[in-house]
Design a protein around this ligand. Sequence first.
Ligand SMILES: NC(=O)c1ccc[n+]([C@@H]2O[C@H](COP(=O)([O-])OP(=O)(O)OC[C@H]3O[C@@H](n4cnc5c(N)ncnc54)[C@H](OP(=O)(O)O)[C@@H]3O)[C@@H](O)[C@H]2O)c1
Length: 268
Amino acid sequence: MTTIAVLGAGKIGEALLSGLLSAGRRPEDLLFTERYAQRAAELTERYGVRAVDTATAATDADVLVVAVKPQDIEVLLDTLATAVTPGTLVVSLAAGLPTALYERRLPAGTPVVRVMPNTPMLVGEAMSAISAGTHAGPEHLAVVEDLLSAVGKVVRVPERQQDAVTALSGSGPAYFFFLVEAMIDAGILLGLPRDVATQLIIQSAVGAAVMLRDSGEHPVALREAVTSPGGTTIAAVRELENHRVRAALLSAIEAAALRSAELGRAHD
Ligand SMILES: NC(=O)c1ccc[n+]([C@@H]2O[C@H](COP(=O)([O-])OP(=O)(O)OC[C@H]3O[C@@H](n4cnc5c(N)ncnc54)[C@H](OP(=O)(O)O)[C@@H]3O)[C@@H](O)[C@H]2O)c1
């Protein structure tokens, strides 16, 4: 049985622990590290999973999942550099940190897989993109796919595409939240009570998302199906095009990717 240690059981780390347990992993096959004793005790109480220190996690686990904030990585790597045993798979969930950073600091040959998850991991609906480092092979990617499929969907991408992934799915939920917020405001403008406008838009977003995921139809086909000649939707679409919403999204997502690359260079 594989032992998995989550290093840094904050929001993402806890979501992963919870998802792994729901997917059938046994609490005794999981470990976690956490800086605050009280938080560690709460998590052990909630999930029945043992809290350990980083060095113990490094020796006892077959897979180390790094879920600390990028700014905390150096301190963690100081400990891992001497504690990781050869062959241990290191999985990084930390946004923007390249596999090369780990490979420089960890024992030679350590397999590293970089993951860009997103916040819907908190509700078991993450979109995670995974990339192999120099010493990680298909067998390591398969282990990570298996782990992350407990909390959502997984795709494989070459590491050079991780800035694009960050801009698309990493930040993606924020764009949808922004859109929903603006559409609720439109309801207010039209005189609807805020709670009614909120219900209408959130359920429309959920319904549209499920159709996009499950119907197998292209987004254009789905939109055309509700855009009748001379109707209401086309009147709205004309305004969206007049305000260059499509161009704004292209620029916005490109800006996010450029920013991701800029932040990544700080770790080179
Ligand atoms: N949230 C997202 O949407 C999202 C999306 C994609 C990627 N990520 C990545 O996921 C990682 C975790 O994000 P998060 O939102 O879950 O952050 P978070 O809630 O701050 O969780 C990080 C946890 O790690 C703990 N920690 C830090 N250094 C540690 C150490 N040396 N040993 C043990 N525990 C340590 C922190 O403790 P303290 O409370 O003491 O700081 C905190 O509980 C980040 O690298 C982020 O880039 C997050």
